[in-house]
Ligand binder design. Structure first.
Ligand code: ADP
Ligand code: PHD
Length: 413
């Protein structure tokens, strides 16, 4: 059994859905589990709608725009009498009901934002069937069981695996299901964190003991840098799980960071392939050794550098670090780079405004706090002399750190 995952770019408009269906067609004899994300930038649009509902602002225009976007796609793909148009309208109508229910902010977020994946999978499943291939729409929430930590839910692996024993590939060869979403024990829809559909593919693969996972992207495979940043980047034919895990940890957005662990633990290869050119070999991530990997460069934008300086010339010690780490843990903020001197501790984190302002406020009770935003963290794994010199000499370096294999520089662009 194999798992395919199609992201937002693979289903961003009608021709993209047709292309996705053609890739499914070539593999539909299965057994196949197809995981699909929301179309294009739908999740961002649904976030705007949730924010408008929460701040009691008008959300109807944005909702109409998103509804039109989906209905334009169904109008291009299906005849007027096809039931899909009505199904899509029903999903959009449900947002009005959700907006007046007494959910917490995060619960409301998950109930609304998860609808992007419901919409896309209804359309893809209907189109694959119209195309003459048999596939069954599967509600991922019946199988991906999570805790109640809305927006960033943790998977209950045992319950999910148990639920998946009812999936029968003898009866149905091809299922189409949603990435990114699950269900809590409270019975409400949950989400697994932004860009979490790759992770969903890994969960299904691990629980169903798949032979491989293929994630279909707009790039020819995993490259030694984001080709949008470095057009000369080269494609890896194969990569060890360890290298891929580290790349994602440093911020390479081509694969969601939680995807690698379940696959590596189960020994399930991860293939990254190009949806525009499925014949290209792509990248195979598996247990292997690759000698002489080229320097691997990861750019992580929207970084914030925070420096905590002691106020009375005490040296930075374990107690002071304890205060800083406790504040970070309470807000679930991950450090991307850190460095200490005698009287100050500096660290770099993703700039999520709400959380960071709360963090700074809490740290100001103990330290003089300085911070800079709008920074980019560049990580170069397996650097050579040329890349090492080049990135250290970038303009605006604010912090720099290197080990025997990895150089990190934080720059103000
Ligand atoms: N090392 C890398 N190799 C290939 N693509 C990368 C890399 N780092 C970042 N990317 C970016 O990842 C994008 C694909 O991921 P993403 O946009 O999340 O796809 P989707 O949402 O369709 O799943 C590419 O368009 C590319 O710009
Ligand atoms: N639609 C969700 C989940 C996801 O993984 O999307 P994509 O596969 O397009 O990155 C998001 O945008 O966060």
């Amino acid at each position: 059994m194999r798992v395919f995952k199609f992201g937002g770019a693979s289903v961003k408009n009608a021709p993209a859905v047709v292309n996705t269906a053609s890739i499914i067609h070539a593999n539909v004899n299965g057994p196949l589990m197809v995981v699909v994300s929301a179309m294009g930038k739908t999740t961002n649009a649904l976030e705007l709608i949730v924010n408008a509902i929460l701040s009691k602002q008008d959300y109807k225009n944005e909702l109409q725009r998103l509804k039109d976007y989906h209905l334009n796609i169904t109008n291009e793909l299906f005849k007027a009498e096809h039931p899909i148009h009505k199904e899509i309208i029903t999903v959009f109508d449900s947002i009005d009901d959700l907006s007046i229910k007494s959910f917490s902010e995060d619960q409301l977020y998950d109930q609304v934002v998860s609808l992007g994946e419901i919409l896309s999978t209804l359309i893809v499943a209907a189109y694959v069937n119209q195309n003459g291939d048999k596939c069954t729409w599967l509600d991922a929430r019946e199988f991906i069981k999570t805790d109640s930590n809305y927006r960033e839910s943790k998977v209950d692996w045992d319950s999910s695996k148990l639920a998946m024993t009812s999936i029968n590939f003898e009866v149905v060869k091809c299922y189409v299901t949603q990435g990114f979403i699950g269900r809590s024990t409270d019975g409400l829809t949950t989400t697994l964190g932004r860009e979490g559909s790759d992770f969903t593919a890994a969960i299904f693969a691990s629980c169903l003991d798949a032979t491989s996972v293929t994630i279909w992207k707009d790039v020819p495979g995993v490259m030694n840098a984001d080709p949008k940043r470095l057009p000369a980047a080269i494609v890896f034919e194969e990569l060890p799980f360890k290298e891929a895990a580290e790349m994602t940890y440093y911020g390479a957005s081509v694969i969601h960071p939680k995807t690698i662990k379940p696959l590596a633990n189960a020994g399930i290869p991860l293939l990254v392939k190009n949806f525009d050119n499925p014949k290209l070999p792509g990248t195979r991530i598996h247990e292997c050794n690759v000698d002489d990997l080229p320097p691997l460069i990861v750019f992580k934008d929207n970084q914030c550098l925070i420096s905590c300086k002691v106020v009375d010339y005490t040296f930075i010690d374990e107690a002071q670090l304890g205060i800083i780490f406790k504040a970070l843990a309470e807000l679930s903020i991950k450090i991307n780079l850190m460095q200490n001197s005698a009287i100050s501790f500096s660290f770099c984190v993703d700039f999520r405004e709400n959380k960071i302002l709360k963090l700074i406020e809490s740290l100001q009770h103990h330290f003089e706090v300085y911070y800079n935003t709008g920074l980019t963290l560049i990580t170069i794994k397996n650097y050579d002399e040329k890349t090492f010199d080049f990135y250290r000499k970038q303009k605006g370096v604010m912090l720099e750190q290197s080990s025997r294999s990895t150089l990190q520089v934080l720059i103000k662009a």
